[in-house]
Design a protein around this ligand. Structure first.
Ligand code: GCB
Length: 602
């Protein structure tokens, strides 16, 4: 678990320098780099953009599919005026595990490819000089790591990954690297939780600092007017007549935290927060005590050339598409996204179900590749996997807990919960994560097609349900879709007639669709069929009061593993991979713009 994961800022006390650009890059198939001194320099390197996944830049397949260790190296001038400060390197994401070296000296390692980590390099850097920063990354998949999969060696000696999921294993420094200089005694974490009513909001705050200085906290509105102030490591900020953060109508206050000693400010950290509450009550999802209905998508961080790299341009376009189509939410399937995604969502009033990269926890998921008939949770990898899983849940919540956009935590995608062996795992996961979020946001996981009201042994855990269902595509497809609808209704009738009273959000459903393929009457893969499938689901959603959200799969087409079920990627996008609408986008836009935020409230 990371000590602090505050997003880097530059202010009078802190300096944040992005190290994006071209880095030296080299594959290390024999894992010989460390003993051969690669941490001090790479012989015959390639130049590689950061942030980016390395894969799609290459024109030869061995390189694109490369699996194993690889190195990034950059010479960075570290200024003299960093003297007396704590100097850190912050990696937004190194997929999937990394070792950091400075001037040949090993500093730290990190496991997990979708969350940031910070290396304290104060003692290793030479100020006023160029320093060599090197990172050894490994992109193998294993059953005891997140996301789950296997790494195999082919008869020709090449290694490849066999993911237990379909998205392509894009690898590298997928997010920005930052060089930071912060005060030695610094603010390293803070958290907030809220109580709101029409005429008053209370912000409960808590600050974590490596310092015995006094802590001062203030809250300013969007005009910069300070509306509340407090002192102490823990306290309350009371705002009279607040402007609340509302779905698709965001209002952001600035919280400013200072460390002060003898009237001198030693450190400051400011951030944007939104005043709002989130609750689940019966089968309602409430924001600021009012029921809301989720409209949106499952997504991926995926685009041409740079793969899984965060790209502000793509993100800007995606958010504009979400707004255009009338969406108000998405799931960060299947991993926490770059922090800038959450910042944009905070600003636009979009809700996020934040998902940890616990995906592929199901042997049947390997059936894309000829799976094994065994319960995932019976495997001997489970203890090791759990350590990494809970560690990443902790870091995700630590990183994202102050974003008003975060609605809920998704602790897993489609785990195999149909055997009793899943129960102890989830008992522990839900117990160990219960107190991590001061806002006590709902926690959940998605339930795959095989994990139904009848079969899942883990229905007691989620605060609300996320159902991934594919009638009309993976079963009962084409002309049989009416049977698919009947099956879906039969399952929902079981939920309805049970004594469970929690909201259900459909977090995945969809049809692969080749843009430009038209057929009358429809045929699978045609744009017409995608609309018919969505119409079928929507008919069903409208008939069940406890369904409180619809998030078809996927916002956009995305790259996947090669396979006989995929034609150059997953084509269930409502938009193409280059973010242009399929016909279904216009259909959904019409529906979603006609559904009020409080749909089904009355
Ligand atoms: C799922 C997975 C998602 C896949 C999708 C599909 O259930 O959660 O990662 O991409 O199905 O299209 O097969």
């Amino acid at each position: 678990m990371e000590k602090g994961l505050l997003y880097p800022v530059t202010n009078a006390y802190r300096e944040d320098q992005k190290l994006d650009g071209l880095w030296d890059f080299k594959f290390d198939p024999a894992s010989e780099g460390e003993q051969n001194g690669w941490a001090k320099g790479l012989a015959d390197p390639i130049e590689m953009p950061v942030p980016a996944s390395f894969n799609d830049f290459f024109t030869d397949k061995d390189a694109r599919e490369y699996t194993g260790d690889f190195w990034y190296l950059k010479k960075v001038f570290i200024p003299q005026h960093f003297a007396g400060k704590k100097v850190e390197l912050r990696f937004g994401a190194a997929t999937h595990r990394a070792v950091v070296y400075v001037n040949g000296q090993k500093i730290r390692s990190h496991e997990g490819g979708f969350l940031p980590f910070t290396a304290d390099v104060t003692a290793a850097v030479n100020l006023g000089e160029e320093n060599i920063i090197a990172v050894k990354i490994n992109n193998e998949l294993h059953r005891d790591a997140l996301p789950a999969g296997d790494t195999v060696t082919l008869k020709n000696g090449k290694r490849m990954v066999k993911p237990f999921f379909d998205f392509y294993n894009y690898s590298g420094l997928n997010r920005s690297v930052h060089l930071l200089a912060i005060p030695q005694g610094n603010i390293y974490d803070y958290s907030t939780s809220y109580e709101v009513s029409d005429d008053q909001a209370t912000v409960h705050y808590q600050v974590a600092a490596d310092s015995d200085a006094d802590i001062k906290v203030s809250l300013a509105d969007e005009d910069g007017v300070v509306v509340a102030a407090a002192t102490g490591q823990k306290g309350e900020l009371v705002v009279k007549n607040p402007t609340l953060w509302q779905v698709r109508d965001a209002y952001l206050y600035t919280i400013r935290i200072q460390l002060v000693k003898n009237d001198k400010v030693l450190d400051e950290y400011a951030d944007k927060i939104g005043l709002r509450t989130i609750e689940i009550k019966g089968h309602q999802i409430l924001v600021n005590h009012k029921p809301i209905y989720l409209k949106g998508f499952g997504r991926h961080e995926d685009s041409i050339y740079a793969g899984r790299a965060f790209d502000l341009n793509v993100e800007r376009r995606d958010v504009n598409l979400l707004k255009w189509i009338g969406a108000n939410s998405f799931r960060s399937s299947h991993y926490p996204y770059d922090e800038q995604v959450y910042k944009l969502a905070d600003r636009e009033g979009i809700l996020i179900t934040d998902e940890v990269p616990a995906v592929g926890f199901k042997m049947a998921a390997a059936s894309f590749l000829g799976g094994l008939d065994q319960s995932f949770f019976d495997g001997d990898w489970i203890d090791e996997l759990y350590k990494k899983h809970i560690d990443q849940v902790k870091d995700m919540i630590k990183r994202d807990k102050n974003h008003p956009s975060v609605l809920a935590w998704s602790l897993c995608n489609e785990p195999d919960t149909s055997t009793e062996s899943a129960v102890p795992y989830f008992t522990k996961l839900f117990n160990d994560s219960a107190d991590l979020d001061p806002q006590k946001r709902p926690r959940t996981f998605t339930l795959n097609e095989d994990d139904t009201f009848e079969t899942s042994k883990c229905l007691k855990f989620p605060d609300f349900y996320l159902l991934n269902r594919y009638p009309g595509w993976y079963h009962k497809w084409g002309y049989e879709i009416s049977d698919g609808e009947a099956g879906l209704r039969a399952e929902l009738d079981e939920w309805q007639n049970s004594d469970i009273d929690k909201p259900i959000v459909f977090s995945e459903y969809g049809a692969d669709t080749e843009p430009g393929l038209h057929k009358l009457p429809s045929i699978m893969w045609s744009e017409e069929y995608q609309i018919e499938l969505l119409e079928m689901f929507n008919r069903v959603f409208d008939d069940y009061d406890f369904i409180r959200g619809e998030q078809p799969w996927n916002l956009a087409d995305f790259q996947t593993v090669e396979g006989n079920m995929r034609v150059n990627g997953n084509k269930k996008g409502i938009f193409t991979r280059d973010r242009q609408p399929k016909a279904a986008a216009f259909y959904l836009r019409k529906r979603w713009n006609s559904l009020p935020l409080d749909y089904k409230a009355n």
